[in-house]
Design a protein around this ligand. Structure first.
Ligand code: KG4
Ligand code: ZN
Length: 327
């Protein structure tokens, strides 16, 4: 039985997982606190984690009906992420583990996003290709075993979620931007503004989203304030289509350049409907099974951290007491 803690960004998360089965998966989102700033304020995130971590861990234990003596190990995200935010999770996990003399597992956040696909029901077995697109990262991962992954390509500048968040801000939408853009785009025409699907013709498996953000800025600048308001849904739909278009173009190229028996999506942007639909069509075309985890396992959560930890060697007490974060 694993208790996992995740505090790398703006969600305070704790989960209890046994043999790939989620017993509790508690996420306390701070989105409302950061919305008025249009993005995450690291110091605000750290303070919120401090206030929320104990209630969130208590809630996960209560919800699962698990007691401290049932736990075998405590897992925690060590990085990458915001240093102050990570420190709250790592320090809390160390204190809890030490008090109970439990062993610990330190988990890489991106490995966690990959491992969301290891959870029940229908756990996906390696090897598979995983496209991770979140607020901090965008990469294609070759997953050959449960212990890690190989980076096949990654963003050279902004992450896909970061681009959506910045685009949403430009359009006067709330934070996080991805869900806001997805909602507004439903009533817009994705073909109404021609925004470049960057990198689609570049060789290799890297991504780039900063030019797209600039293209949106220029499109907005050419319109009057009234026209921007009137055409916000079209702008959102076109911008979303360009972000998703690039993700799918690179996924197609990865499938062309390697024989992967299955594909998985991970990270917050994998909660996006048009991205999920596009990936489904692409994988059907290639006759490759696609693993789509539920939306709540795409965005940050601690169940995915437990899923990764289950395949890593626990470190016994007290060897982990000098652990630092790996921001
Ligand atoms: O994985 P995640 O929760 O945190 C990081 O590790 O960064 O991803 C958060 C990102 C944000 O940029 C958010 O705008 C985006 O995922 N996101 C979405 C959706 N839900 C969250 N993007 C597009 N469509 C969504 N439905
Ligand atoms: Zn994440």
């Amino acid at each position: 039985m694993i208790l996992a803690i995740e505090t790398s960004c703006d969600d305070t998360c704790a989960a209890v997982v046994e043999d790939g089965r989620i017993q509790a998966n508690v996420v306390s989102s701070q989105a409302a606190s950061h919305a008025r700033f249009g993005g995450i304020v690291p110091e605000v995130a750290s303070r919120h984690h401090l206030e929320l971590i104990n209630p969130v861990v208590d809630a996960a234990l209560a919800e699962s009906g698990v007691t401290w003596s049932d736990l075998d190990v405590i897992a925690v995200t060590r990085g990458p992420g915001l240093v102050g935010a990570l420190l709250v999770g790592v320090s809390s996990a160390k204190a809890l583990a030490a008090a109970k003399r439990l062993p610990m597992v330190g988990v890489d956040h991106l490995h966690g996003h990959v491992a969301a696909s290891f959870l029940d029901p229908d756990p996906l077995e390696p090897p598979f290709l995983c496209l991770i697109a979140s607020g901090g990262h965008t990469l294609l991962a070759g997953v050959n075993d449960h212990q890690g992954f190989e980076r096949l390509g990654q963003t050279l500048d902004d992450a896909a979620g970061e681009a959506l968040d910045k685009g949403a801000r430009l359009l006067g939408l709330g934070y996080p931007g991805g869900p806001a853009i997805e909602e507004l785009a439903k009533s817009g025409d994705p073909g109404s503004f021609e925004l470049p699907v960057a990198m689609a013709r570049e060789p290799g498996l890297d991504f780039s989203f900063s030019g797209l953000k600039t293209a949106l800025l220029y499109a907005v600048r050419e319109l009057s304030d009234g026209a921007v308001k009137a055409r916000r849904a079209d702008l959102a739909a076109s911008f979303q289509a360009a972000v998703v278009g690039q993700l799918l173009a690179k996924l197609r190229r990865a499938l062309d350049s390697g024989a992967w028996p299955a594909v998985a999506l991970g990270g917050g942007v994998a909660a996006n409907g048009p991205f999920r639909d596009g990936a489904s069509r692409l994988c059907a075309e290639y006759r490759i099974p696609l693993k789509l985890v539920p939306r709540e396992l795409c965005t940050d959560n601690a169940a995915m951290i437990a899923a990764a930890a289950a395949h890593l060697d626990p470190v016994p007490y007290p060897s982990y007491l000098d652990w630092d974060v790996q921001a």
